[in-house]
Design a protein around this ligand. Sequence first.
Ligand code: G1P
Ligand code: ZN
Length: 542
Amino acid sequence: MTVHTIQTQPIAGQKPGTSGLRKKTPVFMGRHYLENFVQAIFDVVGAEGKTFVLGGDGRYFNDRAAQVILRMAAANGAARVIVGQGAILSTPAASHLIRLNKTDGGIIMSASHNPGGPHEDFGVKFNMSNGGPAPEGVTEAMFQRTTEITEYKMLDAHDVDLGAVGRHHLGGMIVDVVDPVSDYAALMETLFDFPAIAAMFKGGFRMRMDSMCAVTGPYAVEILENRLGAATGTCVNATPLPDFGGMHPDPNPTWAKALMDEMFGADAPDFGAASDGDGDRNMVVGAGAYVSPSDSLAVLAANAHLAPGYARGLAGVARSMPTSAAADRVADALGIGKYETPTGWKFFGNLLDAGRATLCGEESFGTGSDHVREKDGLWAVLLWLNILAVRKQSVATILAEHWAKFGRNYYSRHDFEAIASDKADAMMAALRASLPALAGRVVEGLTISAADDFAYTDPVDGSVSQKQGVRILFEDGSRIVLRLSGTGTDGATLRLYLERYAAGPEGLDRDPQEALAPVIRAAHVLAGIEGYTGRVTPDVIT
Ligand code: G1P
Ligand code: ZN
């Protein structure tokens, strides 16, 4: 088999965002597009003699892209690639395989929660040998490489049969096709009390798991139904489809509406959950009780010791800056470390590697721990199940008791999607310019105590990340955060994060939008959202 060196030229805009390079599928399928980026990855991290993991969420083009990446890995001298059967791996399972096999990293093909299909989204992300997303310095170097690239290497070979588990050879490279589920399921068994959860299901506990026609289907069926004995049919939309069955595989109340309807309907199951395209996000909901991701992180932190894998307690809890401070209150009560990082899972990696944080979470339906270096949807579902099995209370009761003890951080995120980028940029620029003069101003009856553009100094390696989002803090503890999405593929998405603290004991069971109303109005006044973008009503409220 021959290695061809193919002449190419830079393609503009191959800049990895919050989670790798994400573009419309036809863009990715364009001439040299995938190849240029993959070569840039190998040029930066080196491929000669190395071992990588490869898999994706099964979306349209996943199978073809896998064959291209394998041929390029072989052409670049990689020794071995471990691939999920059918080129399928959930993001957390890929992270685990990278760590378990002590590989040099991995390539994950996914656009996470973005829709898939010929006209939807595709993505490629590189994870390091610790199993976590490449840090900014590395993704920046990859981007730099894409601006200089003149050639890439490609092995002239037939497709590898990825349908069957076993060892194959591609040129001089070994391709090991592995079952995508088994190692991950084994890891979960080490963390959670499977017998206790199984006993709960045996006792009549009912659950609905909505995999949204995305990658967690096979994982959920194996773990929840086969190993834990949940009733057959507990898992729905459990077959991964190239277009996710036309669904938008983002587990939130808007896109997982069928699950929400069931959980708030008559005869609701005890517990419901959904996960996203690549399986790293989760939404959990009890019968008639929605759990916001920020609250979920706080409840998990307060109760993690009930699961065997965390029985010794937590080293610390980390949350992204826009995530509510509910988890901080738990960390304070436990006397453990608390960390506030920029948006994006990659910022948790150093804290996890250094043993400073055990649990991490983001308001965007992401929770995880030091068992891998990605957020992990099914992990969060299993930790909740373990807590429910031990406490033998409903989700609603656990939430109410949590708020009674710690107070409640009312929280919501409003997304304004597909705004013209120049308008969004102008709005953010004007807002940033206004920050120095904001302290002391009263808006909608709320007094501003401070305002800044969040900058983060990594406590482990000292690296600094600037301009991570505008924060406006109020004297009563309320908070507004604004930032532009780094994962969208269509214009700009403005994310407006809103928070207000209620100490209780009164006023803990209000509707969040109503409780946040003055904060929401203040945000619109301060940022001039309508004036710049023409938008008043958000596209998605979570
Ligand atoms: C979004 C979320 C962020 C998450 C990322 C990847 O990024 O807001 O918390 O880490 O997806 O799942 P954003 O589009 O806001 O840049
Ligand atoms: Zn995801």
